[in-house]
Write a protein of this length. Structure first.
Length: 423
């Protein structure tokens, strides 16, 4: 009897130990193999402690953030109506009142199919003049089209499937990131961004006949006899040319040029671009310093921008441009570099300040379950373009969940009343 008792007691202890090990493992698997969401690109033991908290909340997100919210459907229908210009009057001059486009709410009109018509004209209008656009760090051209409207043209440097390794700002700008960012902003209801669309220009037919003398000086022939362009910019080099494909064309992002004076400011959360750590990377209370310098409205605007940049992984927002006291989303070419990496520190304005505009949050909530990337694909299809690989689209949805988790972390830490702002 005593042997049976001893055996039974030993078995009980073994089961008890096994259960303890199991529960201990279950509570500590955030970011490890077997957890719902792995931590790509960072080591939690070297990352800020807030990252661990965000991943804890990520693994226990409410189910509402993983399914489609029906409240977004009417918004999606309105976006489709704005970008589908196929049934509209093609002869109407979309450039007629550009000087009156900017309002207190946006940089350009959003109704009556105007966005679709703008993009179509940007994509197809005949080019009257091509010149270098010398401002900036990377090569781009300035195109003059009908009604003396100007476009910036950022050429294609990579294939969509190319993965950019290295730091978050590595490599050339990605032309598809500029266009993807435009559609992303439209779906997020961020209306302070300039229209951008994929365009192809034939070098021999569209560029050379109308090229300025300055541009021709930055063009050289390659071994096949085609004209290649190295342009004029801070980092432009004669051995880093852009050449036409076998059809004689260069693909790029056509970006609408707005003749407006933007005020330029340094971002409080800018990077050093070297091994030196900035104050925001060392100080968990950095937001308190920013609140002593900037208005609540500006900080909330910067937090919106950080959310936008995190979704495409644009870690190059070292400065920002302001018009009518709103940040304009310019220079979005450093996004879509590596779909396997999620640099959480791009969200530093959000998790350090732990607040967000209530209207931004309410819109983010209804983008759940795949609505976000589904709508980007739908809107870009009207221009006949695929803007990113499926891996990038999946990455954007994955990052949206991390934004939800960051907000949940902030609510848990400070309460909803302090997180959501109406300024």
């Amino acid at each position: 009897m005593s042997l049976n008792y001893a055996f039974g007691f030993s078995l009980f202890l073994l089961i008890l130990v096994a259960l303890n090990i199991y529960f201990f493992y279950s509570l500590n698997t955030t970011g490890k193999r077997g957890s719902m969401y792995n931590v790509p690109g960072i080591k939690l033991d070297l990352a800020p402690s807030v990252f661990k908290d965000i991943y804890d909340h990520l693994n226990y997100l409410p189910s509402q953030y993983k399914i489609k919210n029906p409240k977004f459907i009417p918004i999606q229908k309105n976006l489709v109506k704005s970008f589908n210009s196929s049934g509209l009057n093609n002869t109407k001059n979309v450039w007629q009142n550009t000087e009156n486009w900017v309002s207190e709410e946006s940089l350009f009109p959003h109704g009556d199919g105007v966005p679709g018509r703008i993009l179509r004209e940007m994509q197809t209008s005949q080019i009257a003049l091509v010149d270098n656009a010398p401002k900036g760090t990377q090569m781009k051209l300035l195109l003059l089209i009908q009604e003396k409207q100007k476009l910036y043209f950022k050429p294609k440097r990579y294939q969509l499937s190319d993965v950019i390794h290295g730091n978050i700002y590595a490599g050339f700008d990605r032309h598809n990131s500029e266009v993807f960012a435009y559609y992303l902003a439209m779906v997020m209801n961020f209306k302070w961004i300039i229209p951008s669309v994929i365009r192809r220009v034939h070098v021999a037919k569209d560029v050379v006949p109308v090229a300025t003398l300055g541009l021709k000086k930055t063009m050289i022939r390659n071994e096949s006899g085609s004209f290649c362009i190295y342009g004029k910019c801070f980092y432009c080099k004669v051995n880093e040319t852009v050449c036409p494909d076998r059809n004689g064309e260069i693909e790029g992002a056509a970006i609408l040029y707005l003749d407006k004076q933007f005020k330029v400011h340094k971002s409080p959360w800018r990077r050093s671009y070297n091994s030196k750590k900035m104050d925001w990377e060392k100080d968990n209370d950095f937001c308190k310093k920013v609140m002593g310098i900037l208005s609540l409205k500006r900080i909330l605007n910067l937090i919106d921008v950080s959310i936008f940049d995190f979704l495409i992984q644009n870690g190059d927002r070292h400065r920002y441009e302001v018009y009518k006291n709103k940040i304009v989303l310019l220079d979005n070419g450093k996004g879509l570099g590596n779909p396997m990496i999620d640099e959480l520190d791009i969200l530093a304005p959000l998790y350090q300040c732990c607040m967000i505009s209530l209207s931004t949050w309410q819109h983010l909530e209804i983008l759940s379950g795949g609505h976000l990337t589904e709508t980007i694909k739908l809107l870009s299809s009207f221009q006949g373009e695929i803007l990113a690989t499926e891996e990038h689209f999946k990455a954007v949805e994955r990052r949206l969940l991390k934004i939800y988790a960051t907000i949940q972390y902030c609510i848990g830490k400070h309460g909803s009343a302090k997180v959501f702002k109406t300024a």
